[in-house]
Design a protein. Structure first.
Length: 202
């Protein structure tokens, strides 16, 4: 799924389709990894094998990275790309200033800045503030990733009909609203529901 000038998502070519299906597969792999990791840590917590379980997870992560490297190296640009030229950062900023593309870039930067600032506090809040056990925490994380993966086919269809602007605005509103609704209740089931909504918004 690629965004092209004019605020449209192009799903018709092979590049867009491959990127879209890769995102779905990647989401399911994230879900599987979070689930397996959470179960492993939870089962061996406060046992002589607790440290070994963490070591096993890091070894699995390192192996996954190593196996993915040849796949990344094998990637190449399409053969029939339109003519392009390099632009300097100054020229890039000058060209997008005041343009629709500039507003999209600014919105994404602000959104991701807020996410990066707040995300380090989420895990401590769940484990300490809400006193979740490892199983509840794992369910919460897996719910987020699973909802994101399952929602992608619908998002792909909406992208073609709504366009980039409406889709990005809808996603931002959904994520912000679901995050704010955490104050309604601290019950795990409510948190799971908000994670489900947030994952669909992402």
């Amino acid at each position: 799924m690629v965004w092209v000038p004019g605020g449209k998502f192009d799903m018709g070519d092979s590049i867009g389709q491959k990127a879209f299906f890769a995102a779905i597969i990647g989401g399911f792999n994230q879900t599987r990894g979070a689930l397996l990791g959470g179960v492993l840590i939870s089962r061996f917590e406060h046992t002589p094998l607790e440290l070994a379980s963490f070591a096993l997870l890091f070894m699995a992560a390192s192996l996954s990275r190593a196996l993915s490297t040849p796949a990344l190296v094998a990637q190449s640009e399409p053969r029939h790309l339109p003519p392009a030229r390099r632009v300097s950062p100054v020229e890039f900023l000058r060209r997008i200033r005041g343009a629709p593309e500039g507003r999209v870039v600014a919105a994404l930067l602000v959104f991701m800045l807020a996410v990066q600032v707040s995300s380090p506090f989420v895990t401590p809040y769940m484990l300490r503030g809400l006193a979740m056990d490892k199983d509840q925490f794992t369910i919460s994380v897996v719910t987020l990733f699973a909802a994101k993966s399952l929602a992608l086919p619908l998002v792909g269809r909406l992208a073609g009909t709504w366009g980039a602007r409406r889709l990005l605005m809808a996603g931002a509103v959904v994520v912000a609203a679901a995050s704010g609704l955490w104050i309604v209740s601290t019950a795990p089931t409510w948190i799971y529901a908000m994670q489900l909504v947030s994952g669909a918004g992402w």
